[in-house]
Write a protein that binds this ligand. Sequence first.
Ligand SMILES: Cc1ncc(COP(=O)(O)O)c(C=O)c1O
Length: 464
Amino acid sequence: MAYKANDTKNENVTLGALTGSLRDYKAMTGTNMLSRTDGFFDWQEERRRCDLWPYAKSTATAPKTHCAAKTDSGFAMEGVNFASQDYLSLSSHPAVKEAAVEAIKEYGVHSAGSAALLGNTRHSLLLEQRITAFLDGRETVLYPTGWSAGFAAIQGFVRPDDHVVMDVLAHSCLQEGARASTRNIHYHGHLNIRAMERRLQKIRASDTENGILLVTESLFSMHSDTPDIAAMRALCDEYDAVLLVDCAHDFGSMADDGRGHMSLQNVLHDVDIIIGSFSKTFASNGGFISVKDRASAEYLKYYSATQTFSNALSPVQAAAVLAAFDIVDSAEGRDRRRKLMDNILYMRSEMTKVGLETLGDPSAIVPVRVGAEGLARIASRELSGLGAIANLVEYPAVPQGGARFRVQVMSDHSHADVDQLVRLMLQAMRNAEKEYLVLCDQHPSLMKNQRAAAPALDSVRDAA
Ligand SMILES: Cc1ncc(COP(=O)(O)O)c(C=O)c1O
């Protein structure tokens, strides 16, 4: 079965498939914790019947600039691929593939156990040294995924009486790490420095005994925007807090030297705890925590659960990341970042020219605003049918009424690929708007929904 644009008739699209969100099924009640998942499944199936469930797709070919994929109902799609986080296109680089093959020949595919036992390999030790050198001698601890590194950086250091101050939009790994560690979590409005200061002031007014961790990301991946890290450092100094920055998306892919916003803002030495991921620019899986001294690094190795009680990076992953690092930290890496940024700026300007609204600042993630969830679900179906692949993100990952495509650009994309995406996205939006207007006539509550949701995006930033 192949997807075709606009081949779903309006009368087949139900109100339930256009509305509702994952948030509706998070709180569950009832004694049987398995059967109470039925409500979510019914909603998901309703969306599937309407071809409006764009998640859990699988690639049928390598996820390069063009690829073939399938929905989880088996519908095939094929076309330009803007849904890969392989920002420097290193996953298909011959040197990275060769390094992985050589590691398999030498080691097989398994690390023996947790890094706290026998899980390290020659490749993982070299990778630690590589990151340490790249970050000016800071200590490095590797993790099986970036998520587990983010979680560990909080769970490893924060104790129940401590405080975590964090952005309302902080990534799930940071929020879950905080929840696992303390009840003293203080959220502030997105990127809002004054709100951070108010939280810190209030905490220190009543608690001078315990620690405070101020948590942010150097590039928020749903919004493509960035905090003022120097201002956060100053706050940490004033209120005796520790600064954690998760650099998953810009580390390796941004700034001339590849150190992302830490380099662009010249704050590498101002950050106490750096989190990185290998699943984006570094073409593999895994992550790391970088701290300033050996004591903190050694502590993490035995007190952060996802390090101590989880199998270490496999030798294949470590070797692939190491080879990717060599490229990131070379003239070729610079050229790839330049090409990537050229694609990003070109895409943003071409989208604007045709009236598509891009959000945030230039990075490998270009969020393209759609708006109401129902409209966005139809636009996503249309885009796949027309021959372009880009991920849809909707509430609760982004504010209600702020659904968007999260377009991910790679250095191997050409301007022709970008032109194609812009053309197909415009067409998909037009098809979707036409269909959605008819549906709004059939279901007047849809219109109300959309009006109520419109201001939600701004309120995230302004939240006190
Ligand atoms: C800010 C942030 N931290 C951590 C992660 C998790 O990284 P990984 O995919 O390596 O587990 C992500 C993933 O997208 C992320 O955006």
